[in-house]
Design a protein around this ligand. Structure first.
Ligand code: GLY
Ligand code: MN
Ligand code: MN
Length: 447
């Protein structure tokens, strides 16, 4: 596998190769965000910036200058200077010189020199690649640089005539994961799977949901993951029907199902797993019936992951299995919703399955990249390609209601795994936590 900085340098080279000759790209990282008083939220770099640099310090900016004529392409980092005083309080900073060498840049300068240097870098560049709307502060600075270059017009200098949307290019690059990224995502998936198994083993009726959340966090951190990739959901009993529940403060009762949707972020990459299991270690008949239906839907959806097939085939496969099951079990009344195809066409299933079957996964849990086929807008969705990573997460959520069989009331189930598309089909990255009824019950009997 390529060393870390080589993977990031290769991405910069790829972007430079796609840019117009002589053009300049500018991308800043995320700001530090105050939480309360003088405390900040834990710092998290911008995903696009990190993708191109591997550099995680705040107050940084990357500038790429595409090759033109005899001038080779250049990649330049602006970052904080070394500062002995601040480093005593806040810890190590690379400083431009060490960052340039460690991260493979051609040049690096103090971030305080950004304004002064950008007017020179942009002089005579034909185009600027920038994400307008990156933030009021950086937008204003970019406008200032352009103004400064135009002001030199009488000396014969020209300012960029065109701007391109930088993120649209980066989104498409990020959608196809390289070997370095897939290895990291598999490690993140394995840590999260281990955390789910630990949570299952720890669960007893009478515990609070937050005690189970603590087990997840313990396992994430113990294995070096820096953060949860998104707020962990530990939803017992009826709370499992609340899709983004994260209060995690209910007391778990005997007979409840527990739905956990949680995944760690490891070195900037997310994992995203959901498991649903009985708090007392044994599924009731009604719980098992619905669980096995969702599991079949997930199996059908994963089987639809074949390079060349449209992304939408995954959701379509899950919906077909779930809707058929809803009709068989009397959750949907064929007298009212008609045949299977009619129930699918009218989206009758949405009463119990109201979300999509997944999303791209990467540095962001809901990762970047278009779902539609931009090249053929008449097609519903783009074809799957090796290197795309996504979640497969069908579910069923039964709120009490008229005509809804009472034995299913308040059952909420979702099963979610992370999958990379390969030439041979989908390869699951979130391995190591049981999923079948038999395996879940066996794991829980062991404690
Ligand atoms: N955990 C967020 C999601 O499943 O989409
Ligand atoms: Mn998800
Ligand atoms: Mn999830």
């Amino acid at each position: 596998m390529m060393p870390h900085c080589a993977a990031h340098a290769a991405r910069r080279a790829q972007l430079l190769g796609r840019m117009q000759a002589g053009a300049v790209a500018v991308l800043g990282t995320a700001p530090e965000v105050p939480r309360n008083g003088d405390s900040d939220y834990p710092y998290r770099h911008d995903s696009h910036f990190y993708y191109l640099t591997g550099f995680a310090e705040p107050e940084s900016c990357v500038v790429l200058v595409a090759a033109q004529g005899e001038h080779a392409g250049r990649s330049i980092l602006f970052c904080r200077e070394k500062n002995v005083e601040r480093e005593i309080w806040e810890g190590f900073r690379f400083g431009p010189e060490a960052a340039r060498d460690a991260f493979g840049f051609d040049e690096a300068y103090p971030i305080d020199e950004l304004d002064a240097r950008m007017a020179d870098i942009l002089a005579d560049a034909p185009a600027l690649y920038y994400a307008l709307g990156s933030g009021v502060a950086l937008d204003a600075r970019v406008a200032g640089w352009l103004k400064a270059v135009r002001a030199r017009g009488r000396t014969g200098v020209t300012a960029p005539q065109t701007t391109h949307h930088l993120l649209a290019m980066l989104d498409e690059m990020r959608l196809l994961k390289d070997e370095h990224e897939i290895a990291l995502m598999a490690r993140a998936g394995a840590i999260s799977a281990q955390a789910h198994a630990r949570a299952m083993r720890a669960t007893r009726p009478g515990m609070f949901e937050y005690e189970i959340e603590a087990e997840l966090l313990h396992e994430f951190r113990r294995n070096g993951a820096q953060f949860p990739a998104y707020p962990s959901i530990v939803a017992s009993g009826p709370q499992a029907c609340v899709l983004h529940y994260n209060a995690n403060n209910r007391r778990i009762e005997d007979g409840d199902l527990v739905l956990i949707d949680a995944g760690c972020e490891l070195d900037g990459y997310a994992s995203d797993i959901t498991r649903t299991y009985p708090a007392n270690g044994r599924f009731s008949d009604a719980q098992r019936t619905l669980y096995e239906l969702v599991l079949r839907a997930q199996g059908a959806a994963i089987a639809a992951i074949v390079p060349g097939r449209p992304y939408s085939a995954i959701h379509d496969a899950a919906v077909r299995v779930l809707t058929e099951g809803m009709l068989d079990l009397g959750l949907l009344d064929a007298g009212k919703v008609g045949s299977l195809d009619e129930a699918i066409a009218s989206r009758a299933y949405a009463q119990f399955y109201m979300h999509g079957t997944g999303h791209w996964l990467g540095m962001d849990v809901h990762d970047v990249g278009a779902y539609r086929d931009v090249a053929s807008p008449d097609k519903p969705s783009r074809p799957l390609l090796p290197g795309m990573t996504l979640t497969v997460e069908p579910g069923i959520y039964v709120r009490p209601g008229e005509g809804v069989p009472e034995r299913f009331w308040n059952i909420g189930i979702r099963i979610e795994d992370d999958v990379v598309v390969t030439d041979a089909g989908g390869r699951i990255l979130s391995v190591g936590v049981p999923k079948s009824v038999t395996d879940i019950e066996a794991l829980m009997r062991k404690h």
